[in-house]
Ligand binder design. Structure first.
Ligand code: 5GP
Length: 138
């Protein structure tokens, strides 16, 4: 059975996509900690991030850096925080979360409530910065 993220990448399940390259895919987390919370996922389905090949890991983290830059441009925040958990979905992924305080990166705290329209607006804003800064990725 493909993971839910493989099904999102294949377009079988909708997502608020923000960026894609040959090896990786980025989209908004459906239950964001903060508005603009993005998941960055390798297309080659691997459960544990440190089981990726060196090439896949390097590709994923460099892609995540570019997405984080676009998130910083699109969402008002002091920094973009990074987390890797993988306790829920067995498909390696990096969380990118816009931060204004340390407490914004609390997976046990209250999550943001972001309406569908706002999710789409944020995804479009991040995607537009990605297209502007890295047109080769699309
Ligand atoms: P983790 O595996 O890192 O503990 O958490 C998985 C993350 O994936 C959670 O933040 C959860 O909200 C997100 N997630 C789970 N299912 C979906 C989905 O179908 N679509 C999207 N966009 N995010 C999901």
């Amino acid at each position: 059975m493909p993971s839910i993220f493989s099904r999102i990448i294949a377009g079988e399940i909708p997502s608020y996509k923000v960026a894609e390259d040959e090896n990786n895919y980025a989209f908004l987390d459906i239950n964001p900690l903060r508005p603009g919370h993005v998941l960055v996922v390798p297309k080659h389905e691997t459960d544990y991030i440190f089981d990726l090949t060196d090439e896949e890991y390097a590709s994923l983290t460099l892609f995540a850096k570019r997405v984080a830059e676009a998130v910083k441009c699109a969402v008002t925040c002091k920094r973009v925080g990074v987390a890797v958990l993988g306790m829920e979905v067995p498909h390696a992924h990096i969380h990118l979360v816009p931060l204004n305080a340390e407490s914004d990166l609390n997976f046990f705290g209250e999550h943001a409530k972001v309406e569908a329209e706002e999710m789409q607006r944020i995804a479009d804003a991040i995607a537009s910065h990605m297209t502007e800064n890295h047109p080769e990725l699309f």
